[in-house]
Ligand binder design. Sequence first.
Ligand code: C2E
Ligand code: MG
Ligand code: MG
Length: 628
Amino acid sequence: MEVLAHTRDTKRLSLITTAVAALITFLLLMTYQYLSGVRQLDQEVRSKAAIIATNSAAALAFGDHKAAYENLGAIRKTPRILGAAIYQADGSLFAVIDDPQAQFPDAIDPDSSDVSDEKNDFITHFVREEITQGGTRVGSLLLLASQKPLYLNLLAYAGGLIVIGLIALLLAQRFTASLRKKMALTEGQLEQMALYDRVTGLPNRRFFEYELKKAITRVKREGQNAALLMIDVDDFKKVNDLCGHPMGDKVLEMIAGRLKSVVRADDILARVGGDEFAAILFMVGEPENVDALAEKMIAAIEAPFPTEPIPSHVGLSIGMTMMPGDSDDPETLIRWSDMAMYEAKAQGKNRAQFFSEDINRKIRATLHVEAALRQALKEDAGELYVAYQPQICAQTRRIVGVEALARWTRPDGKPLSPAEFIPVAEKTGLIVDLGAWLIRQVCSDLIWLKQQGVNVEKVAINVSPRELTRGNAIVENACRTIRQFGEQISRFQFEITENALMAERGADVLDAFHRSGFSLAIDDFGTGYSSLGYLKRFQISTLKIDQSFIKRLPADANDATIVSAVIQMAKALGISLVAEGVETDEQAEFLTSHSCDVLQGYLFSRPLPREDLAIFIARHSATNTAGT
Ligand code: C2E
Ligand code: MG
Ligand code: MG
């Protein structure tokens, strides 16, 4: 819209500029023509006057009227000179020709050369030339000159100019018309580019925001309501990665087509981001109708898209707000719909979700946790510490290592569970700083424990998939810190989840961990996707079978079968097996009898701060020694 207004203004301005320039040129040319015409005419009359005056001196001296008339007759060859008269030295008229209207005075002032009083109007004027003989004035010559030819000339000149101007204008008009036609095409393309998405042909974000403002005004004016939907395509990255970007664009085009078939012609559908669409649905009545329509959109996307090498399946996460019910401010509506959309994603994707105060509160709480964690990491004033959960050898019941787990006690003394702050740290990227802090803290705790006479054989540290996406920096940082504290790399094991094996850049980082001498464990084994191939490829040394499989042991036959099969498989691959979440003697008994290597769980100890760990290890080795 702004583009159009701008080009209209430019057109008007260039028209005015051309008109003013043409007018100024015309006036300048006319003025020049007039001045040069006047000068030329004056010169012509004066040179004629000089000749006649010279020739008439003798006639005057001898009082020869006949000769005087003959001399005066020379003016007839010059049409601009209408009449002529010769005056004697005393100013009295001597001879006159061509004066039917008696314009020549009977006498003139012999002492003054000014003849303007006599005759000097717009058309005609007198030119006076003194007649001399031997240096003495013997009379005067008066010529009546006409400006008429000059004006006629000027008129013809102006006419010519106008005709030439008109022809030039006509030609220019033709030329600019064809130029404008071409420009209109470009303007159209510019407008299309500025307001519409190239891939889907739908309005883009800019146009959509403009339409949203208009929609709010419209619903308020008509006393109606409308809904704003922010629609995100779930897992679209998968399509791009698997099928390439050109195919990804085709899928987006098809998604746009399917969404269009669901909304009404009056509604507005736009592509507002890479894999994000937005819709304004008018006159929707009850929110249930909006919900139903969102479900229709989700259903429309359900059928796979025909892509190569395999068909693509995607879903939609939709966030919804009502206008003016929820708000009549466009920015708030977009923000709240976005929040609802993120909530729909968090709830498992491929669903629609209305904005609510609950969502608002939840997001605010997340933001609050993020800010507080950032602060806690920056100040490092003891709010964060590391708890260590002992890992016990199933056969000997000796402590063979610990798992380091982050702990956070807020300034009000309340602990915040990792289940609450780790996901926030992962989402915001703070997990990278938290991970770096944790390695430093573990190193410093190991030194403290050594000073207490406590030696810890092995420490397992958790790594999030997000940390792996940053590349080898995490490995380099871990090596540097461990060396700075004079610790041994071989004492450290990094725990990653199965899905992290497939994370972006994950493979490179895991190789780097391995090359640097760290051992790797798969955490929560059995809850994600992994293959035996991966276990071999990444030279995994430990599998930690997830606590959900341990929970119902030994009574649950299914879980018992799975656990014993995993143990057998690990044994066959030469991988050590840790059982997490061991809480009862029966579970420990079952696992030990099925040759599980290491047990970890509340049965032995909860995760402990370093002081309590020192006491636990001292006591444990004392009973173990006493027992042996
Ligand atoms: P995880 O790595 O699987 O850690 C084991 C979790 O199980 C710990 O929860 C531990 O307290 C809990 N647990 C241990 N024994 C038992 C038991 O017998 N019964 C039950 N019900 N639970 C038991 P926690 O400390 O709350 O940590 C939860 C998760 O948070 C961890 O799961 C880990 O994935 C993540 N996490 C904790 N600290 C860090 C960290 O420093 N970095 C990263 N990236 N993740 C961490
Ligand atoms: Mg773990
Ligand atoms: Mg685990």
